[in-house]
Design a protein. Structure first.
Length: 261
């Protein structure tokens, strides 16, 4: 968390909004947009009210200005033009209007996930510049959204691996009562998979466990591996399917031979 005590409430709103954003439902995206916008408004008002003397603003004037968000943005542009551009504020104001529509007429109104993502990044950027703080940890959380869909594909491919293992157990190819790691090792010992494939499966299993635990140890270097891991799992699923199909062919041959007798 940022060390600036002025930002504690703002930071909590940002985190709350990002958590809703990552849940990626219509309802959560609306809440994310509202929370992120609230964080920005709080940050701007706190920044100005704490620096009235430095910025040469009369409190009476500020009390009138803060009632209108558009006027608040204009004031920020006037007093700290080096920290924000008109283009940035135009985009922020547009998204603030969208936020108001969501808040007052929320039911039935949807918001595109890319809009929420873009607005979240804009807000984090402006707050970072205003307060001169590092909020890269929040940026990273937002960035993880890009990998959610890919991770879902990875999990589906892994589920197919697990289903094949259950079939292997029924076919007597694998022992029952084993952990995932033990099943993988047994497949390698029986030359169903190579040592390299054995290592890949263990790594992928550990990776999925790590992501699902939401550990802080996750890095973008880890996330960038997802496409490669999906490819490896698809190759193994093709292999496992061929093993299952071969067993099925053998069973049919045995049944056919039994009928001939």
């Amino acid at each position: 968390m940022t060390q600036n005590p002025w930002l504690s409430g703002c930071y909590e709103l940002l985190e709350h909004g990002i958590e809703h954003f990552l849940n990626d439902t219509e309802f959560d995206r609306r809440l994310a947009m509202i929370s992120i916008d609230n964080a920005l408004e709080l940050a701007i008002k706190t920044y100005i009210s704490r620096n009235l003397r430095v910025l040469n603003i009369k409190r009476k004037d500020y009390n009138n200005i803060k009632r209108n968000f558009s006027n608040l943005l204009s004031l920020i542009l006037k007093v700290v033009p080096n920290k924000v551009s008109e283009q940035e504020l135009s985009s922020i104001e547009h998204n603030h209007v969208l936020r108001n529509n969501l808040y007052h007429e929320g039911i039935g109104i949807s918001v595109n996930k890319e809009i929420v993502k873009s607005y979240t990044e804009e807000v984090i950027s402006l707050i970072s510049k205003l307060y001169e703080v590092d909020l890269s940890n929040l940026v990273n959380k937002v960035g993880i959204f890009n990998y959610i869909k890919k991770f879902t594909i990875l999990e589906k491919e892994w589920h197919r691996i697990e289903m094949s293992m259950l079939i292997f157990i029924l076919d007597g190819l694998l022992s029952s009562g084993l952990t995932i790691e033990e099943r993988i090792s047994e497949l390698a010992s029986k030359n169903v998979i190579s040592n390299v494939q054995n290592e890949n499966l263990i790594k992928i299993f550990d990776f999925i466990q790590m992501i699902n635990s939401k550990t802080d140890k996750i890095t973008y270097q880890d996330l960038d591996k997802i496409d490669d891991l999906i490819g490896k799992l698809r190759e193994l699923n093709i292999l496992f399917k061929s093993v299952v199909d071969k067993k099925e062919i053998e069973r049919r041959k045995e049944k056919l031979n039994g009928l001939k007798r």
